[in-house]
Design a protein around this ligand. Structure first.
Ligand SMILES: Cc1cc2nc3c(=O)[nH]c(=O)nc-3n(C[C@H](O)[C@H](O)[C@H](O)COP(=O)(O)OP(=O)(O)OC[C@H]3O[C@@H](n4cnc5c(N)ncnc54)[C@H](O)[C@@H]3O)c2cc1C
Length: 232
């Protein structure tokens, strides 16, 4: 059985836009990027840089008419992609392959919980922007410092909590600790992503302590402490 190769697209950086002290937006343009088939929130690509490394990144925005995508990248400083992004300039070349990722289902949700760290904030926002307006949403995001928030879409029934890590705090810990102490309304569908250990802890808690059905808990480890190129 052969797997069909994923389409891949040459692109170059055309804009660099700092969003927060920890997150920067790279806008890529490529002749064929109009064909990138983005069909649902949280879809992602493998972003490959000329040095040969590639990692998973969410398509934050796709503008087919302009042949452009935006990708928001955490500048954690500790891996080849984060280091490349920190010094990326217009004209830098890259290759995107995909898109990949399953559609998270929120049909029938009476409340949606979105829990993320900065790596998963772009994906969480793609969900937030596409949820039906009547569904109440709780967004809980762990960030590096209080100034690292981003503007949210105006939406009735949206509760947001920005959790600023204490200096030296282990990434993911505050998110897990907070959710373990948060009441989860009946009828919740949850989407969780970020550091893998934190995501696993929260997932277990929702399934075991709040008895959420498995199909109502979408979760993915986007990276893992001490592991390069974690495959969630
Ligand atoms: C489906 C999916 C979508 C994703 N979308 C995004 C996105 O839109 N934006 C984004 O920034 N990331 C996103 N990620 C996470 C990103 O792929 C990882 O953070 C990746 O490891 C970064 O590569 P790197 O070369 O910088 O570090 P790696 O070489 O992979 O890792 C080097 C070291 O850095 C640590 N590390 C990796 N990521 C982080 C981090 N975020 N904070 C602190 N330490 C880290 C690792 O534990 C390791 O010790 C996504 C991941 C998945 C699976």
């Amino acid at each position: 059985m052969f797997r069909r190769p994923r389409p891949s697209y040459d692109a170059q950086v055309v804009a660099v836009t700092p969003l927060t002290p920890a997150l920067t937006r790279l806008t890529f343009r490529g002749a064929a990027l109009a064909e990138l088939a983005i069909e649902h929130p949280t879809q992602w690509v493998k972003l490959a840089i000329p040095e040969g490394h590639s990692r998973a990144y969410t398509i934050r925005h796709h503008r087919p008419a302009e042949h452009e995508v935006d990708i928001d990248i955490v500048l954690h400083g500790n891996g080849p992609l984060a280091r490349w992004a920190a010094i990326a300039r217009p004209g830098d070349q890259a290759r995107l392959s995909g898109p990949r990722g399953r559609r998270p289902e929120f049909d029938g949700a009476e409340h949606v919980l979105l829990a993320a760290d900065e790596s998963a904030l772009p994906a969480a926002l793609t969900i937030l922007e596409q949820l039906p307006p009547a569904v109440p949403v709780s967004l809980v995001v762990e960030i590096s410092k209080t100034s690292a928030t981003v503007p949210l879409p105006a939406r009735a029934g949206l509760t947001s909590r920005w959790l600023a890590r204490h200096p030296g705090g282990l990434k993911g810990h505050l998110l897990a600790e907070t959710l373990l102490a948060t009441d989860i309304p009946a009828g919740t569908t949850a989407w969780l992503a970020g550091e893998a250990n934190a995501v696993a802890t929260i997932r277990r808690h929702l399934l075991t302590d709040w008895s959420l059905p498995r199909e109502r808990v979408h979760s993915k480890g986007y990276w893992k402490h001490g592991e390069a190129d974690h495959k969630g």
